[in-house]
Design a protein around this ligand. Sequence first.
Ligand SMILES: [Mg+2]
Length: 316
Amino acid sequence: MRGARARGGSLPPPATEDKWVSWLARAFRVGDPGGWVGVGDDAAVLPLAGGLLLTCDTKAEGTHFTRRALPGGIGHKALGSSLSDIAAMGGTPLAALLWVCASKGKGLRRLAGIARGAAALARSLGVRIVGGDTIASRGPLVVGAAVLGRVNRRPLLRSGARPGDRILVSGSLGGSSLGRHLTFTPRVRAGEALARRYRVRAAIDISDGLGRDLVRLCRASGCGARIEAVRIPVSPAARRLSRRTGRSAWRHALSDGEDFELLVAAAPREAARIARERPGGIRWTQIGECVAGASRIVLPGGRESPLRGEGYVHPL
Ligand SMILES: [Mg+2]
């Protein structure tokens, strides 16, 4: 990291994930022109062989799943979150690597379950798992996946939204901690359809909560957003969780992480076409629009409140 430090600046990186990623983006600058997109989007874009996408994600016991999680679900989640990033780029996933770091001598059966969970998801989407790594450690169980994908027509970046664009979200949101975070369907088919047949200006997958990932998309695009709480598609799980926590269901839908749905911006007519034609065979809901000013949410009573990136904040 010596070279990275020299280029990223001498100050220690601030302790939030987004600031750390910005620091890394400077440290690992891939340079333009030529079509390279490095750190800072859902996946890297490599202007090679007609356009490739590359991403990875890692999940740890105690942070992303509990000791009691079914092994198949852990494997599904580790691969699925990387596939979700390829989906957010509108790409087609081709091949994956899977790695596991587990304490020595513990549960070969569990490791086999993790591998089977990943294999089943890979098969369902036509992705080949072509390698990886297994290592022993004294720490918690850690499972990760890297995915190589192909660009369809052009990559859907986070950065193309502009004021007046409508904001759409796939599926329904919130309460994924009740179980869906281990069983979700990465929106690969929807992402492919968007890239091939629609003019989408910007896209991101919702991994850390609608509020937080919307602010990320807006920051990359240099605009803000105005969304309406009553329009957010609330999942049945968010309603169940809401009865338990006493927080309103729409707040869960706004802030809970790990929905792995897609959030996109498109011009009004194109957004209406997406909502009507349902690319990927799933529901798409318009929740607001991009604006020139700061991001805000219209609360159910009609009052407007600033949107400050509500969602899961990774401790660093
Ligand atoms: Mg992502």
